[in-house]
Design a protein around this ligand. Structure first.
Ligand code: OOG
Ligand code: NI
Length: 463
């Protein structure tokens, strides 16, 4: 702690816990999902001492039971800018650009998360944050209603604004300020059973007909968290067990097939229908759900290209239908198509498809000053070991699938205008970071450490 400041990592961890507590109260099924994930993770670790040891050695064990991501949707640039500052106090930065218009959803997004290896192992909490693109609402009158509603709301309390400024000026927050900051920041994302002032049920329905996300963003008082996602070590078991605990699970696990440990795989229980009070009338809204994910290796540009190609090939042949009727066929095509992607980490490493962290083995330490000078040589001699760097980001296509299956229940289609990263960055007020560069940096730092420990000048990887 500097001058009695709570560290950004600690702030982020506490905020993540506070969000989880709030969401468990708001959406009890999320609590049931957490119990299921805890049970499965405990069993998997008890049954796999080797996995446990590897997670421990790579600083990944402790973070797992605490790990989760959330998703929020904001309505205007000033909200996005302030959100960026609030997350900035917690050491989270905007990483990557996601164009959801590809999935017929009128938003574009980034991920707020920690970026450095050590911070990520302390708290990898990440938030997928989408900005509504009102310019894509086709009906002009509805568009201007949406803009007026958004213009008139202020989702941040005065005390939150003051604390963000204080943290930025002083370089941190003390314990007392931290407590208020966490409480006020959490409140921004709470659920409101009352629709925004001026929103009748008829207006809500018009917005929802334009797009369910348009209604979700414009008709409410704030950007309620729409899901939280704990990390599991065995997603297929959870997918199977969800119905046994009363959860309405989605039909397919999204992402790569089970046999290919890359990026992440996700599934969820479907969004709940909740009561809402509109002006003068009762109604309902369907948006909030629970999700789980299993994370694996971060891919290089080359690996990502191959993943995108293969997934596109899969979807050409077999798109998962919203009603789940072709789930078995979809999985079959997915598994078969992804045979073209190496499934073992050594092959991925040699082909430069994924990012890795490198470690000096015990015998490596004994060979200091007398070791092969190439990375492959060191690995072959057993002096250096490696583990994949965990993917910290989101699947654009997967995100799209989640939108489609949770709010619209439409099959996928593509009729929106093209992406606009520049517009997004203008709204945010700065550029988003390049995720590939961040993984490459973590890999490089580990190679520098290894080289130093072995008394070598430099070491480079296939990436
Ligand atoms: C965001 C969906 C994206 C994920 O896990 O890919 C996401 C949203 O529904 O607002 O959270
Ligand atoms: Ni999610």
């Amino acid at each position: 702690m500097t001058q009695g400041f709570v560290s950004p990592d600690e702030l982020r961890a506490r905020f993540s816990r506070a969000m989880s507590e709030m969401y468990r109260k708001e959406v009890p099924a999320y609590g049931t999902l957490l119990e299921l994930v805890r049970d499965v993770n405990e069993r998997v670790l008890a049954e796999n001492p080797a996995m446990r040891k590897q997670l421990e050695e790579t600083d990944n064990l402790e973070r797992i039971s605490e790990e989760r991501h959330g998703a929020i949707r904001v309505g205007k640039a000033t909200e996005l800018q302030m959100i960026s500052r609030v997350f900035g106090v917690m050491g989270m930065q905007a990483v990557g650009y996601y164009d959801l218009t590809q999935a017929n959803v009128p938003v574009h997004s980034t991920a707020f998360r920690a970026v450095e290896g050590e911070s990520l192992s302390r708290s990898p909490f990440r938030v997928f944050c989408s900005l509504l693109r009102t310019e894509l609402i086709k009906d002009k009158e509805l568009r201007s209603k949406a803009e007026v509603l958004l213009e008139s709301r202020d989702i941040f309390s005065d005390s939150l604004r003051a604390l963000v400024e204080k943290a930025e000026q002083n370089g941190g927050l003390n314990e007392a300020d931290t407590q208020v900051f966490i409480a006020e920041a959490t409140k921004v994302f709470q659920w409101h059973a009352d629709a925004a002032p001026g929103v009748s049920k008829a207006l809500y329905i018009k917005m929802r007909d334009a797009d369910p996300r348009v209604a979700d963003i414009t008709c409410f008082k704030g950007p309620h968290i729409n899901h939280l996602t704990p990390r599991t070590l065995e997603i297929d078991t959870i997918q199977q067990d969800m119905p046994k605990r009363g959860m309405n699970a989605k039909n397919v696990v999204e992402g790569p097939p089970a046999s290919c440990p890359i990026l992440l795989r996700q599934t969820s229980f479907k969004a709940l229908t909740e009561k809402v009070r509109f002006e003068g009338e009762e109604g309902e809204h369907t948006a909030r759900f629970g999700e789980i994910e299993q994370r694996s290796a971060a891919l290089t540009q080359k690996g990502r290209k191959l993943y995108d190609q293969l997934l596109a090939k899969v979807l050409e042949q077999e798109k998962p239908k919203a009603d789940g009727s072709n789930a078995a066929e979809y999985y079959k095509v997915l598994e078969e198509t992804f045979r073209a992607f190496p499934s073992d980490y050594d092959a991925m490493r040699r082909e430069g498809l994924a990012y890795f962290q490198y470690y000096v083995s015990e015998s490596g330490h004994a060979h200091r000053g007398n070791a092969p000078s190439t990375l492959d040589g060191l690995i072959e001699a057993g002096l250096v070991t490696f583990a994949p760097i965990v993917y910290e980001d989101f699947l654009p296509v997967s995100a799209a699938g989640i939108f489609a299956s949770n709010a619209a229940s439409k099959d996928w289609k593509d009729d929106f205008e093209s992406s606009s990263k520049t517009d997004f960055e203008a709204a945010l007020g700065h550029e988003v970071l390049d995720p590939f560069a961040l993984y490459a940096e973590i890999e490089k730092i580990s190679l520098v450490k290894v080289a130093k420990a072995l008394g070598l000048n430099t070491l480079s990887s296939a990436t």
